[in-house]
Ligand binder design. Structure first.
Ligand code: NAD
Length: 405
């Protein structure tokens, strides 16, 4: 099947007819941490030049000057689910963003909500429960709802946010089934809101460099990929309960390998998969889901990825080889401290302070500019289709299974 590209955005006017939309990687502006913004004077003089060429030049230049002088109002973000990731990554990242601010929460614990409001400086009026979440519709301080609940609850969070008329970010995995992903996408489309995913690594310089290497064929087509991602789960938590997690480490950690392989395949979707579950060494924790899984993804180009995930081993690496060289990431998937090397030497990338801040700011930019996100719901739907095929193959004892697209 063809290369996966972000879909056309229907909630807003897209690029003008005839203008080339450069989707995917090319659509992401360099993160501010990597490149200094243009000085305002440079922006204005360049725009002035454009202005000379077009009718209405004076008005255009004036409005741009005014914009350069007036800071853009930050978009308000409400977080749904105040667990680990929300508390330790997203709330701190929001403080580093230039275009967003935390303005509300949805929580099952009113006391926790009040604590968040007083510590993080938003009104107690903006604390909602899961039952009252629909009232966010009436709150102009909330522009974006960020769903960070257990996996199986993402779809209902996204749908509730869309019905409230708010733009949405869903954490990964987008949902726990293809049908849920389709429903969540449809709800956002119907509501005319924009949907993106917490695929933070698309904003990490090492992964961006991986995508560039794949796209520009630095080492030819990357045809042989290997990777693994996992950690040792000490005790049973919701991540090992099917009704909340949708599956085991594949949903949680293996999804990063799925993503990296699709990046290295320059956005292609695999045509078929073959998977085998690891024998259970701790069935008391993993009675409900896999403890680990090895799988192969085959691409139409002939590229193959041999991947693995586990809740019993600490690992995080990815490697892709082409006829003219290779690229390797290890650690590959963390929030920071990533390292990369290619057959030419150390990778031309460096760490950023917060992948999540870049992810949030980019989504806010997309909303402001009415332009498509590089991590849309459709990418999550694609991944759900791949994951569904992987589980089907494992359930069939390792039978080669086509990915239904
Ligand atoms: P967590 O258990 O720490 O937090 C989950 C939150 O959801 C808690 O506040 C909990 O109270 C709330 N919740 C609401 N309904 C619940 C229910 N019925 N059962 C249990 N909890 C319920 O989990 P986490 O590590 O913060 O993960 C949350 C989501 O974020 C997951 O989908 C996970 O995959 C994702 N995540 C993403 C990244 C990333 O790097 N993008 C990293 C960690 C987690």
């Amino acid at each position: 099947m063809g290369r996966w590209r972000p879909p056309r955005v229907e909630w807003c006017q897209g690029p003008k007819a005839g203008s080339a939309w450069r989707g995917g990687f090319a659509n992401l502006r360099p993160p501010l941490a990597m490149k200094k913004p243009l000085p305002v004077s440079a922006l204005l003089s360049r725009r002035r030049f454009v202005g000379q060429l077009t009718a209405g030049a004076a008005a255009l230049t004036f409005s741009l000057r005014a914009r350069a002088q007036t800071p853009e109002k930050k978009l308000g973000v409400a977080i749904v689910g105040l667990g680990n990731y929300a508390t330790n990554q997203i709330a701190p990242a929001l403080q580093l963003t230039q275009r967003c601010r935390l303005t509300g929460v949805v929580t099952g614990s009113p006391a926790k909500g009040r604590q968040w409001a007083s510590q993080r400086g938003f009104s107690e009026q903006n604390i909602y429960s899961y039952e009252t979440m629909a009232r966010i519709a009436d709150n102009p301080e909330i522009d974006i709802v960020y769903v960070i609940t257990p996996n199986a609850l993402h779809a209902e969070g996204v749908i509730a946010a869309a019905k409230a008329g708010k733009h949405v970010i869903s954490e990964k995995p987008f949902t726990t089934s293809v049908a849920d992903a389709e429903q969540a996408i449809a709800a956002c489309r119907e509501a005319g809101v924009m949907l993106s995913l917490g695929y933070r690594l698309h904003f990490d310089p090492f992964h961006r460099e991986l995508k560039r290497i794949a796209r520009e064929r630095d080492f030819g087509e990357l045809t042989t990929m290997t990777g693994s991602n996992g950690f040792r789960m000490a005790k049973k938590v919701w991540r090992a309960e099917r009704h909340l997690a949708g599956g085991g480490p594949l949903m949680d950690m293996g999804i990063y390998c799925v993503q990296a392989a699709c990046m290295a395949a320059d956005g292609a979707t695999p045509v078929a998969v073959t998977a085998r579950e690891h024998p259970k060494t701790r069935p008391e924790i993993f009675e409900d889901v896999e403890e680990g899984l090895d799988w192969t993804m085959e691409f139409a180009s002939g590229a193959r990825a041999e991947l693995s995930t586990s809740y019993s081993a600490n690992t995080g690496r990815f490697r892709a080889e082409g006829a003219k060289g290779w690229v390797s990431l290890e650690p590959a998937f963390g929030y920071s401290g990533l390292k990369g090397e290619t057959s030419r030497g150390p990778m031309n990338a460096f760490g950023v302070r917060s992948q999540q801040a870049l992810q949030l700011d980019d989504f806010a930019r997309c909303i402001r500019e009415k332009s498509p996100t590089i991590v849309p719901g459709e990418m999550g739907l694609r991944d759900m289709k791949i994951i569904t095929a992987i589980y089907a193959s494992a359930a069939a004892g390792g039978k080669r299974t086509l990915v239904k697209t």
